[in-house]
Design a protein around this ligand. Structure first.
Ligand SMILES: [Cu+2]
Length: 163
């Protein structure tokens, strides 16, 4: 019963945009953008690829760091985050508020086998590149993190300032 409660909590965390997958092929084909499926979050929403005004490249490595570790975007801007995994293990970029990412990391630690997916995240295999198209609709300080158990705790967290 407790497990169900955690799953429910995670589902609520990412609203109905979340999809739980049991296959690692989830990212083999990019999802089609569907404006009717876009959900507003406190840190923005899935962006329309046609409205991208800037591509930002970020790399991830086995030293548990994102490079660069901080980004600045303008409020309302739709950006394409191209995330390269330079390491030898799986990494991911998950956008969110500091609070939500911390809670999500705790959940991932309790259920390490649980896969998660949403437009605000990219799971990237070693040597591969993933993408997140995101519109930052709210001004403020947000974060991006790798929530693979142990990575977040090792400091695999970056900042996004939306001005
Ligand atoms: Cu990682």
């Amino acid at each position: 019963m407790k497990y169900t409660a955690h799953i429910l909590a995670l589902t609520l965390l990412f609203a109905s945009g979340s999809v739980f997958t049991h296959e690692n092929q989830a990212h083999a084909t990019p999802k089609q953008f569907d404006a009717s499926q876009v959900e507003a979050t406190p840190f923005g929403q899935e962006g329309d690829p046609k409205k991208v005004t800037r591509t930002i490249r970020v790399s991830m490595n086995d030293r548990m760091r994102f490079e660069p570790g901080s980004l600045t975007v303008r409020k309302g801007e739709t950006v394409r985050l191209v995330v390269a995994n330079k390491g030898a293990v799986l990494h991911e970029m998950v956008l969110g508020t500091a609070q939500a990412l911390k809670e999500h990391a705790e959940l991932m630690k309790k259920h390490p086998g649980m896969e998660h997916d949403a437009p605000s995240m990219a799971h990237v295999k070693p040597g591969a590149t993933g993408e997140i198209v995101w519109q930052f609709t709210q001004a403020g300080e947000f974060q991006f993190a790798c929530l693979i158990p142990g990575h977040f705790e090792a400091g695999m967290v970056g900042k996004v300032a939306v001005k």
